[in-house]
Design a protein around this ligand. Sequence first.
Ligand code: PRP
Ligand code: MN
Ligand code: MG
Length: 181
Amino acid sequence: SQDVKDDLEEVLFTSEQIQARTKELAEAIDRDYADKDVLIVGVLKGAVMVMADLSRALKSQIAMDWMAVSSYGSGTKSSGVVRILKDLDADLMNRHVLIVEDIIDSGLTLSWLKANLESRGPASVEICTLLRKPEAAKVSIDVKYVGFDIPNKFVVGYGLDFAEKYRNLDCIGILAPHVYE
Ligand code: PRP
Ligand code: MN
Ligand code: MG
């Protein structure tokens, strides 16, 4: 089978760059939650790699849970219609919740999810995202931890997919237009 990296127009972040930034985010989170118990909530499926690496970079004792949400469609644009495919197992009452995401694109998924989790009686809800596209924002969300701001291009790898492909790339790159045009 062919090398998935052949479908990239450009590598934006290598595995080493992602790990270095993840370590910095983990240090900030360790500091901010030093005297609190935190529940980190990974948003399936895109956030699996971020969760796996960020959680292992943390020194604090944490709990982990998962939610599966997806916006409709398998194209390159998110529709804003969010559905819960798998809900949390944890009760959020009085818990400090940190949502972990791979990317904020339009912001529609996270603004919906943050409001949804805030309605469950938590002590706090904050967001950590590895990537954010400022130019694509359709709603503004308060995000406490951001790995990298990136240009408004379609990116894949390190959990991020195009039609379920490319999630297993260890780097993050811009998908070559010939792949989806
Ligand atoms: C992607 C990505 C974020 C969301 C961001 O998930 O992982 O969760 O879209 O887009 P938005 O800011 O425009 O809402 P997707 O719905 O593709 O599901 P997946 O994580 O399973 O790939
Ligand atoms: Mn996602
Ligand atoms: Mg996706």
